[in-house]
Design a binder for this molecule. Structure first.
Ligand SMILES: Nc1ncnc2c1ncn2[C@@H]1O[C@H](COP(=O)(O)OP(=O)(O)OP(=O)(O)O)[C@@H](O)[C@H]1O
Ligand SMILES: [Mg+2]
Length: 294
C-alpha cells in the first residue's frame, strides 16, 4: 500500500456533504463549544506565532465509549469551523488501519510518509485543513511494557513515527489541525496524549440528551412519515429517554428503526409507530452477541 491510500476523502467545507453532521450530535455540557473554540484558536494563533511560544500542536483528541458521536463530531467540526471563521476549511479523512503493515519497518515508513509528506502535499495551498485520524489507537499504541507483550515491535515504531510527525506538523504546517478519535484513551501512548492541545471526553449521553437524540431521529423520519414528526413533539418522549439510560447515542438514534421492526404493520409503514412501540423497544435489553465455544 502507498501512504496516500490512507486518505479516504477530501472535502472543501462548507459542503452539502457535511451539512447536518454537527447539529445531529447532542452532547451534555459544553463539549461542542470547547471543540470549536480550541480549533478556532489553533487556526488563528499557530500561523502567526512560533511553536516555541505557543507549544500548540494543533492536535485535538476526542475519546469515549463507542457510539457517542466522536467521528461525526470530528467531521462535522469542519463545516462548523468554516461557518465561524467565514471561510473555506478542508476536511481530510484518514483511515489508519491499512497503514499497519505486517512487513518489518513498513508501518513506520507509511505513517511517516502519510503525515509528513502526503498530508502536507494536500494542504500545500495553505487552506486551513482538518485531518481526521479516526480510531487513532491503531497507530498510537502505548509503548509501555504491558502493551509491548501484546503488540508487535513494528506497531511501536509506528507510534514513534506518529510522535515525530506530529512535531513536524506542529513546526512546519500551522494551518493543519489534527482531530484524533479513540475508544480507549488508556491504550493510547502517553506522549501522544500529552501532545494534544485538548483531550475531550465524549461520554455516554444522559437522560435528557437521549430524549433529544430520539426526538431528532423522529423529526428526521418526519420528512417521509409526517406522523413521526408529531410523535417527536410529544411530552411522553422523556419516558423513552429515561428507559435508554446507559445506552449510547447510536442506540438512541437507532431506536426508531428498532421499534418499527418489532411489528410487521410498522415495518411496512413506520408512520404508524406509537409511543408504546418506542417504550417497548427502549425497554429491551441491549442486544447480546452470542459467542461460540472457543
Ligand atoms: N451524542 C449523540 N447525539 C446524536 N446522535 C448520536 C450521538 N452519538 C452517536 N450518535 C449517532 O450514532 C451513530 C454513530 O456515531 P459515531 O460514528 O460518530 O460514533 P463514534 O463515537 O465515532 O463511535 P465509535 O467509537 O464506535 O467509532 C451516528 O449515526 C450518530 O448520529
Ligand atoms: Mg468512530
Amino acid at each position: 500500500m502507498r501512504a496516500e491510500e490512507a486518505i479516504v476523502r477530501q472535502v472543501d467545507a462548507p459542503s452539502s456533504e457535511l451539512e447536518g453532521l454537527w447539529d445531529s450530535i447532542v452532547c451534555d455540557g459544553d463539549v461542542k463549544e470547547r471543540l470549536v473554540r480550541h480549533a478556532a484558536l489553533a487556526l488563528a494563533v499557530r500561523p502567526r506565532l512560533p511553536f516555541t511560544t505557543t507549544a500548540m500542536h494543533g492536535l485535538m483528541l476526542l475519546h469515549g465509549p463507542p457510539g457517542t458521536g466522536k467521528t461525526t463530531l470530528a467531521r462535522g467540526l469542519v463545516q462548523e469551523l468554516a461557518r465561524v471563521v467565514n471561510g473555506s476549511v478542508r476536511l481530510v479523512d484518514i483511515n489508519p488501519h491499512g497503514l499497519m503493515s505486517g512487513e518489518h519497518g513498513k508501518s513506520q515508513q507509511l505513517v511517516s510518509s502519510l503525515l509528513t509528506e502526503a498530508i502536507p502535499r494536500v494542504a500545500d495551498d495553505r487552506v486551513p485543513t482538518v485531518v481526521v485520524l479516526d480510531e487513532v489507537e491503531s497507530m498510537a499504541v502505548a509503548r509501555s511494557e504491558a502493551s509491548l507483550a501484546a503488540n508487535p515491535v513494528d506497531v511501536h515504531r509506528a507510534t514513534d513515527a506518529v510522535l515525530t510527525a506530529m512535531d513536524d506538523l506542529a513546526h512546519h504546517h500551522p494551518h493543519v489541525l489534527v482531530v484524533a478519535t479513540s475508544n480507549f484513551t488508556g491504550g493510547l501512548d502517553e506522549a501522544f496524549v500529552s501532545r494534544a492541545d485538548i483531550a475531550i471526553e465524549v461520554a455516554l449521553p444522559n437522560e435528557l440528551a437521549l430524549t433529544e437524540i430520539v426526538r431528532d431521529a423522529l423529526r428526521g423520519y418526519g420528512a417521509a412519515y409526517p406522523a413521526l414528526a408529531e410523535l417527536a413533539s410529544g411530552a411522553a418522549l422523556s419516558r423513552v429517554g429515561k428507559q435508554l439510560v446507559g445506552r449510547d447515542g447510536r442506540a438512541a438514534r437507532k431506536l426508531v428503526a428498532e421499534a418499527a421492526a418489532r411489528r410487521l404493520e410498522t415495518a411496512i409503514d413506520p408512520g404508524r409507530l406509537t409511543i408504546a412501540d418506542l417504550l417497548a423497544a427502549a425497554g429491551q435489553p441491549v442486544r447480546e452477541v452470542s459467542r461460540g465455544a472457543a
